[in-house]
Ligand binder design. Structure first.
Ligand code: C5P
Length: 402
């Protein structure tokens, strides 16, 4: 994955029904404080007007190669020099083919040719057009030329057909764009992360578990990879796709999780224990299904190992980060937990607001005090947490332990 910073983006809009979604994309980008300069092809203006983009971006919209009011009159050079990246969304089949051939017959194609920055395209077209060998050939050539192709997605199309060719949704485009723009703060760092719940078997069909979805741990794994880290993810049973480029190991019980963590601890710089590890397991696991007979059933539970405390107490412990999901007295309980487990950092949240949700908030607590991360998608919180960890590691004079 190639990386670049992104403060100013040139958004190229070409002619396709998905052009209306580009308006929402501009709104999302500006919300992230990214300055957006929109350039439209003539065909795009048949679908949506420049005024819409001007209102949303706060910048004049350019459509004309011969725009007299741009700098030295050379819009095709000027506009691409002022931006960190160009994203063409939607990118029509015709526009992709023009990029392949280096065509320069309108403002957008000319400034793509004259660019000295990263170029990304989000194809949008009818599924038959997408599958056409000519388009597929073009896509391979664009990738070979170092252009990043985002999508397309599959699903119902404006023409009534169903299949691959839809432009990625604006939220997804923003996410992909930001993922590639993360500062490489964790290059060379090895990070071990636990995620999800554990399941403690009662018998072959029943288990004690909890409502952890694994979303926070998986988001941290993704964000760490984006920031350049080498990630090992030890995951309990979840319904999530493993992050690309993480080494993911699946476990079921707390004991299995502890074994997987200990077997993979050597050489790790950071251990982030996000998993909601079951505190207790049945003392006995029945090998056959327990039959109901109408009388109360008593299960005797025994304590599971505390994986985080076990790792943090080792003399060769990596930088250990815990999570504290509390229902009340958040700061006090989390700080007590941080000290008890000898952690430089703990991330605290209200359990009912975090478990299974896509968005949450966190308070990071270290020896210096507390640092709130406001309500945001978990991937955003993950980036904030990792930036905080990177800053702590970067500053060895900073007091790490309590
Ligand atoms: O003490 P409490 O369970 O609230 O601590 C939460 C933190 O400890 C989390 O980071 C969790 O991953 C970790 N933990 C663990 N093993 C346990 C229980 C919790 O690693 N058995």
């Amino acid at each position: 994955m190639s990386h670049y910073s992104i403060k100013k983006l040139l958004l190229g809009v070409t002619g396709g029904i998905a052009a209306y979604k580009a308006a929402e994309l501009v709104r999302l980008l500006t919300k992230q404080d990214i300055d957006v300069q929109v350039v439209m092809t003539a065909a795009a203006t048949q679908f949506i007007t420049p005024v819409t983009f001007q209102a949303l971006s706060g910048n004049p919209v350019y459509t004309d190669l011969w725009q007299p009011d741009v700098g030295n009159g050379m819009a095709h050079i000027d506009l691409s020099r002022q931006v960190d990246a160009i994203l063409v969304a939607p990118a029509s089949a015709d526009f992709l083919s023009k990029l392949v051939h280096g065509a320069a017959d309108d403002l957008l194609s000319t400034l793509c040719l004259a660019r000295d920055c990263k170029l990304l395209v989000a194809p949008a077209m009818n599924q038959q057009m997408w599958h056409n060998p000519a388009t597929q050939r073009n896509i391979r050539q664009l990738q070979h030329d170092g252009i990043t192709v985002l999508g397309p997605a599959s699903g119902a199309q404006a023409c009534g057909e169903t299949g691959l060719g839809r432009m990625l949704e604006p939220e997804e485009l923003l996410e992909r764009l930001l993922a590639r723009a993360q500062p490489q703060l964790l290059t060379g760092k090895r990070i071990l992360i636990t995620a999800g719940p554990t399941q403690e078997a009662i018998d072959p069909v029943r288990a004690i578990t909890n409502h952890s979805s694994g979303k926070m741990g998986y988001s941290i794994a993704r964000a760490a990879i984006e920031m350049g880290a080498e990630v090992t993810l030890v995951s309990g049973p979840v319904a999530l796709t493993a992050p690309a480029n993480a080494r993911t190991l699946y476990v079921t019980s707390a004991n299995e999780m502890l074994t997987a963590v200990e077997n993979n601890l050597q050489g790790q710089d950071i251990f982030i224990s996000v998993a909601a590890v079951a505190d207790y397991r049945p003392q006995q696991t029945s090998t056959s299904k327990i039959k109901k007979n109408g009388t109360p059933l008593t299960l005797t539970l025994e304590a599971n190992p505390d994986i985080l405390a076990t790792v943090a107490s080792r003399p060769d412990a990596p930088f250990c980060v815990g999570f504290a999901a509390e229902s009340e007295n958040l700061l006090q309980y989390a700080e007590e937990k941080r000290r008890r487990k000898h952690l430089p950092l703990i991330a605290a949240n209200i359990a009912s607001e975090a478990l299974g949700q896509d968005e949450s908030s966190l308070v990071l607590i270290d020896a210096q005090g507390s640092h709130p991360l406001p309500l945001a998608p978990k991937i955003t919180l993950a980036r904030g947490l990792l930036q905080h960890i990177a800053a702590m590691l970067d500053n060895p004079t900073r007091k790490i332990h309590s």
